[in-house]
Design a protein around this ligand. Sequence first.
Ligand SMILES: [Ca+2]
Ligand SMILES: [Ca+2]
Ligand SMILES: [Ca+2]
Ligand SMILES: [Ca+2]
Length: 241
Amino acid sequence: MVATRRWLPLLLLASSGCLIEVKKLYDLDGRVDSVALDGKTSLPDVGQDSGSSGDLAVNVDSTVDTAPDSNSSPDTNSCVAESCNGVDDDCDGKIDNGACEPGCTGKQKGGAAFAFCTTSLSRADAAAACKQMSMELAHIADASENSWILSTAQSLLTEDAWIGGTDSASEGTWVWPDGTTFWVVQDAGAGPGYAAWGQGEPNDEDGEDCLEMVLVAADALVAGDWNDEGCWRTQSFICRE
Ligand SMILES: [Ca+2]
Ligand SMILES: [Ca+2]
Ligand SMILES: [Ca+2]
Ligand SMILES: [Ca+2]
């Protein structure tokens, strides 16, 4: 049910002692909010409801929030600029509107944003596309993340996909985009980080220096395996913030 909305002026006594005027939008649901929806202020939304459906709360910069309020607990929803993460950050009712690069779908796991992108790009171009979304090609910390990324990729992508590792700076020393070394070939079997290499990989065949997650089984490789691949190859990619 669409609530009747009433604009009312409200005078607040700011901490400085001066009065600031904000506008307040009431939903008439008979219940009263305790904290403003945007989380930016503890401005109480008190004593004004007498109708139905969700409150629309206010913040002290005079703009009105647009997401519904639960009315039952302090508000924690904070409307911020949209980013590619599978969440409607700006509370306009549209998920990731305008935030993802072409072909990319935003997802979130454990509070981290990911983008799964069907556009076929070289490793360098894929990294640049991730950067456009304030992300990097994905690092993967453990088997749990690898499993989730695999299953999500299988639902969205149809070809092998770039993830973040490379040994282009020092053959056999694999690093993530942030510079962290996760695998040194001469220490095969010992890391120092997590890796999910397929059988016989990394093999540096014809100078392969870029890491992909296998989605299409081929030869000894099965879906979810990691493989070093020629960086020039164009294929899908996975970004992470
Ligand atoms: Ca949105
Ligand atoms: Ca978003
Ligand atoms: Ca290599
Ligand atoms: Ca290989």
